[in-house]
Write a protein that binds this ligand. Structure first.
Ligand SMILES: [Fe+2]
Length: 353
């Protein structure tokens, strides 16, 4: 496995780059915008294809590189369902799995530091974001933070992981890099409390100054959605009404770019073909199904996904590969459902709104 713990010394942020091997798909957790070129160079040097960029929560102390990495690599951005970010490509919740080739992260919802904080468990380790630090915990005094929720997340979820689970935090200010659950239970001064009330009292006594970057970072991090004006301007974005009009048109192929798990949980638009975004290039290349549909049957392709980001990127990728018959559903399945569009359970004819 490739496991890189990268450090931004300005914000003391840890970023994690994960892949199963050289030449494989990669995933990055909590990337910092100022380090963008560094990540891109490392990806090239290790021959990795970045497919997912994940933030544990909306950060207040640095600007995320999620949007920039998506724009430079066409990777998918991933955040939690509770996140206040405007648009990301995929939203996950507790119990979901974030997969890249050969690796899987289990999602834990761990509110407290913020109400959109998540941790990710991968085999022997947990990425704790700002929920749990080495000998510390995330502050709970802004961004809908709540010390009572933090206590539950810490004691009810993280400390229930196996003792030897490696703890990889989102920040460190003292020079530590990794710890374990057992070590934190024993030596973390914030965890030597026996009730949520005692924890809340401890957190209230901290009187911390706001992060210097907060007024810049939070709004920037909430507005990382893909700019889609150009597609709209070129007529490559269809609204729900336009997709409804072509839904049963035999010359139109509706292509769902989401992962299988998303389709199972949220259903699909009737009559969709399933081709996951991560395998788009192979379907668009010579002999690929999308190229064949377009060139040999003359069909028009309508891509859709959860929120419209993957589908917008797919239209661009298709065009660059010479497949120019593709458009996308703006706003994705979310917009479709909001407009009362029909959704069927995967593999079933039963309508589900
Ligand atoms: Fe934070």
């Amino acid at each position: 496995m490739i496991f890189r713990q990268l450090f931004d010394s300005v914000s003391s942020t840890y970023t994690y780059l994960l892949a199963s091997r050289r030449g494989a798909e990669a995933l990055i957790i909590d990337p910092v915008l100022d380090r963008l070129e560094h990540y891109l160079r490392l990806l090239r040097e290790l021959d990795l294809r970045l497919v997912k960029a994940v933030d544990t929560h909306v950060h207040a102390d640095h600007v995320t590189a999620l949007g920039a990495l998506r724009d430079r690599t066409r990777c998918v951005t991933v955040m939690g369902t509770r996140s206040s970010v405007g648009v990301v490509s995929v939203r996950v919740d507790e119990g979901d799995e974030i997969q890249v080739e050969g690796l899987a992260l289990d999602v834990l919802y761990t509110p407290g530091h913020t109400d959109d904080s998540y941790c990710f468990v991968m085999e022997d380790r947990v990425f704790t974001g700002d929920t749990l630090f080495i000998r510390g915990t995330g502050r709970t005094d802004f961004q809908n933070g709540d010390p009572y929720a933090a206590f539950e997340s810490l004691f009810g979820k993280l400390l229930k992981l196996p003792d030897d689970t490696l703890v990889y935090p989102g920040h460190d200010y003292k020079g530590d890099t990794v710890s374990t659950i057992a070590e934190e239970r024993a030596f973390n001064p914030r965890l030597q409390v026996d009730s949520a009330e005692a924890y809340a009292e401890l957190m209230a006594s901290l009187n911390l100054a706001n992060p210097a970057m907060m007024d810049v970072a939070v709004p920037a991090n909430q507005a990382i959605g893909l700019a889609q004006d150009a597609l709209r301007g070129r007529g490559q974005a269809l609204d729900v009404a336009a997709v409804r009009r072509v839904l049963h048109d035999p010359d139109v192929a509706l292509v769902d770019l989401r992962d299988s798990g998303e389709r199972e949980r949220h259903g699909e638009i009737p009559g969709s073909l399933h081709l996951p975004y991560t395998r788009l290039e192979e379907h668009i290349g010579e002999g690929g199904i999308l190229r064949t549909l377009c060139e040999e049957t003359g069909k028009r392709i309508v891509f859709y996904c959860a929120f419209g980001e993957r589908s917008a990127m797919a239209v661009q990728t298709a065009e660059e590969c010479g497949v120019s018959c593709a458009v996308h559903l703006e706003g994705g399945l979310q917009a479709w459902k909001a407009a009362g569009g029909e959704v069927v359970a995967r593999g079933s004819d039963l309508p589900r709104k």
